[in-house]
Every structure is written in C-alpha cells, then in structure tokens.
Design a protein around this ligand. Structure first.
Ligand code: NAD
Ligand code: UDP
Length: 379
C-alpha cells in the first residue's frame, strides 16, 4: 500500500484514485479515523463511493485508515486522508478547494460524557465551533448534503422506552447538549435555505467490530463505555468490571440499553447517503434513530461476552452512575421505513466480533503483535 505524505498532512492511500471507471460521488468523512467513522468509510468504499477522510487523530490512529485501505482492496484507490482539525477553518477550506464534495458525513467530535462535564468548553469548541466551521465551508462551496452523528444522548433519560424520534429532547450533560445544539443549527440552516438536505442519525449504543478483527474501538485512557471496559478485562488489562447499580427496575436490576453492531451502524450511513442522493425524495432536515429496538441489560451483555470469549469477567457491584437512564432503547421503524435500513445483528454477533478484535489487538491499533501494522493486504 502506498502512503504518500505530502508535508501538509495529506496522504493518498493506495494509488491515485484516477481509475477510468471512478465512483460517481465523493464524500467527505470528518472523524473517519475513529471507531464508527472507520467502519463507515469501509462500507462507503465497498458501496462505490470515493471517501476523503479528515481527522485530527486526537482520539484515533492513522493505522485505522491504513487498515480500512487494506480491507477495501481495489476500492482503496478511492480513499484519501488529511490530518486536519475541523476547528481549523483554513485547513478545511484547503480540503474543499482541492476536491468537490457531493456530501459530508460528520463524525468528528468528542464523545466522553464525564469529560464533557469537567471540560464543557472543550466540548463546545470541538462539537459546536467545529461543526459551524464545517457548515460554513460546505455552504461556501455549495455542498449542502449532510449526514450528522447525533446520539441517543439528546433524549436524556426518558421516562419510558422504546424511544421514538418524537420524544422530548432533554439532554443531561454538556456532551448531549452539544449534539442537540448541532441538531438545532442544522434545522435552522435548512429553514434558512431549503436546498440543504440533512439527515441526523441518533445512534444508540454502538459496539462490536468489523468481522475481520482488523478494525475496532481503541479508546484512549480509561474506557467510558461498558463494552470496551469488558473487553479490557477479558484481555487482562483491568481486573474487573464495576456494574453501575443492580437495583434498577429492570429484568435483573442492571441498566438496559439498545446495543447496535457497528457494521449495522455503518450501513445506516450508506442508507442515509442514498436517501440524500435520491432526488425523488424530499428530505429537509430529518432525524432517525439507529438502534435494534431491543433492550439488553448489563448482565446479559457480560454473560454473552463471557460465552464469546471463554473468559470469566469478574464483576463488582457499584453505585449507580449519576445521570444514567434506567432503560433506554429505540424504536427504529422510521429508519426502516424511510431509509430502508434495519439492523441485522444481535448481541451474539456483537460480542463475537468484539472479542475477535480484542484478542487480535489487545492493546488496540498499537498492539505490539497486532496484525497488518502497515496495512499490507495479506489477510
Ligand atoms: P471516536 O472518538 O472514535 O471518533 C471521533 C473521531 O473524531 C476521532 O477519530 C477523533 O480523532 C476525531 N476528532 C475529534 N475532534 C476532532 C476535531 N476537532 N477535528 C477533527 N477530528 C476530530 O468516536 P466514535 O465512537 O467513532 O464517534 C463518532 C461520532 O459518533 C461522534 O460524533 C460521537 O459523538 C457520535 N456518537 C458516538 C457514540 C458512541 O457510543 N460511540 C454514540 C452516539 C454518538
Ligand atoms: N455500565 C456499567 N459499568 C461500566 C460502564 C457502563 O455498569 O463500567 C452500564 C451503564 O450504567 C449503562 C450501560 O452499562 O447501564 C451502558 O453504559 P455505556 O456507558 O456503555 O452507555 P450509555 O450509558 O452512554 O448508554
């Protein structure tokens, strides 16, 4: 695989992208080196799109992009990467000046709820200032199609589930508020200019990894979420998982969530793009839940992961985590109806693929004996 550093933070991955039968649409993917973004880029390439990734690498590794290229095979010629922070408007402007984009998928941002409480301005800077920069540069270049990574965090802790897109939007923390504010900005720009076509995807709990075991979640520092924590216990990096409360009014007392396989989630982005490019449909600015519609408890996930890995996960019962919802799962019928998308995988596949990734990359992309460090196409 050829990786051409150009000195300005850009690299062309695997070839020139000048094939005679090139893809018809070019998509900018902000945050495309991250957990969800890398899986989505791979699916986009497989679906025949050209993908240009922009990422600061603040919470990710360039190796993720190289592995996407390796997995994409011949489609890798349609992938390029620029190390740019979206808060750097000039940097974004350069990327837009060099390529005409048909649409943008905007993943880039910070996502740790606890950190957002400690450092709200940092979160508003990345998630709001960064988004405004992006929207301004898009508008200046006449690119008015956007898929935005929103979150179930915009719902806060609804009194009951399943949760539809019409539920009140009452986020509990600065992270959730950045997502809601970004959604409101999108609704406002559409109202001001109906040429915009915007899809807001509210993800529930993304877990799992690409079935190859070469792409997955690689959090920096202590994981904030359940699944990466369980994974790190399974590979021996941490002694036990603390269960945040076992006295909820749920089937076994532990919190219930809607876990969704990251490959299903990635497919949801391809479905959203297809909708944006379907001129026969009126989009406006529309929000969709992406979940499975099924609620799974913490204990059920841990049990399933133990089965997949053959490892015992020691558990400690701890206090409830402040602000946690008791039960939160989706109704994803709107996405099924309007985007023609439905999650295919259940928690068995989620845990299987999570373990496959974890066992091959116990320390994430930087694992010493990790496969495909150089992205060579040898799988
Ligand atoms: P991630 O941290 O793995 O990916 C985000 C990527 O954005 C990283 O590669 C990071 O380096 C990059 N980034 C951050 N700030 C940036 C900036 N200012 N400029 C350029 N790049 C920047 O997270 P993820 O889980 O892949 O999440 C992707 C998106 O989905 C985020 O917007 C997140 O809020 C949203 N989301 C995630 C979850 C989840 O549980 N993973 C749930 C709901 C919504
Ligand atoms: N959880 C837990 N221990 C952990 C992390 C999470 O018991 O170390 C629980 C948490 O209380 C919630 C579920 O696992 O019920 C999912 O938490 P996560 O942080 O992954 O997602 P979110 O709460 O943001 O939906």
């Amino acid at each position: 695989m050829a990786v051409n550093g150009t000195g300005n933070g850009a690299m062309a991955v695997n070839g020139t992208g000048n094939g005679t039968t090139g893809p018809s649409k070019t998509v900018l993917v902000t945050g495309g080196a991250g957990y969800i973004g890398s899986h989505a880029v791979l699916q986009l390439l497989a679906a025949g799109f050209r993908a240009v990734v922009v990422d600061s690498l603040g919470n990710s590794s360039e190796l993720a992009v190289r592995r996407v290229a390796a997995l994409a095979g011949e489609h890798a010629r349609n992938l390029s990467f620029h190390k740019v922070d979206i808060r750097d408007k000039d940097g974004l402007e350069k990327v837009f000046s060099s390529t005409r984009f048909d649409a943008v998928i905007h993943f880039a941002g910070l996502k740790a709820v606890g950190e957002s409480v400690q450092k709200p301005l940092l979160y508003y800077d990345h998630n709001i200032v960064g988004t405004i920069n992006l929207l301004e540069v898009m508008a200046a270049h006449g690119c008015k199609k956007l898929v935005f990574s929103s979150s179930a965090a915009v719902y806060g802790s609804p009194k009951n589930s399943p949760c539809t897109e019409e539920f009140p939007l009452t986020p509990h923390n600065p992270y959730g508020r950045t997502k809601l504010i970004a959604e409101e900005i999108c609704r406002d720009i559409y109202r001001s200019d109906p040429e915009w076509r915007i899809i807001l995807l509210r993800y529930f709990n993304p877990v799992g990894a690409h079935p190859s075991g070469y792409l997955g979640e690689d959090p920096r520092g202590t994981p904030n979420n359940l699944m990466p924590f369980v994974q790190q216990v399974a590979v021996g990096r941490r002694p036990s998982v603390t269960i945040f409360g076992n006295n909820y009014a749920t089937k076994d007392g532990t919190g219930v969530r809607d876990y969704i396989h990251v490959v299903d989630l990635a497919e949801g982005h391809v479905a959203a793009l297809r909708k944006l490019f379907d001129n026969s449909s009126n989009i406006g600015c529309e929000a969709y839940n992406l979940g499975t519609g099924k609620g799974t408890s913490v204990l059920e996930i841990v049990n399933e992961f133990e089965k997949a890995s053959g490892k015992k996960i020691p558990l400690v019962i701890g206090q409830r985590r402040p602000g946690d919802a008791e039960i939160l799962f989706s109704v994803a019928r709107k996405a099924e109806r309007e985007l023609n998308w439905k999650a295919k995988y259940g928690i068995t596949e989620m845990c299987r693929d999570q373990w496959n990734w974890a066992s091959k990359n116990p320390y994430g992309y930087e694992s010493p004996d990790s496969p495909k460090q150089n992205g060579s196409n040898s799988h």
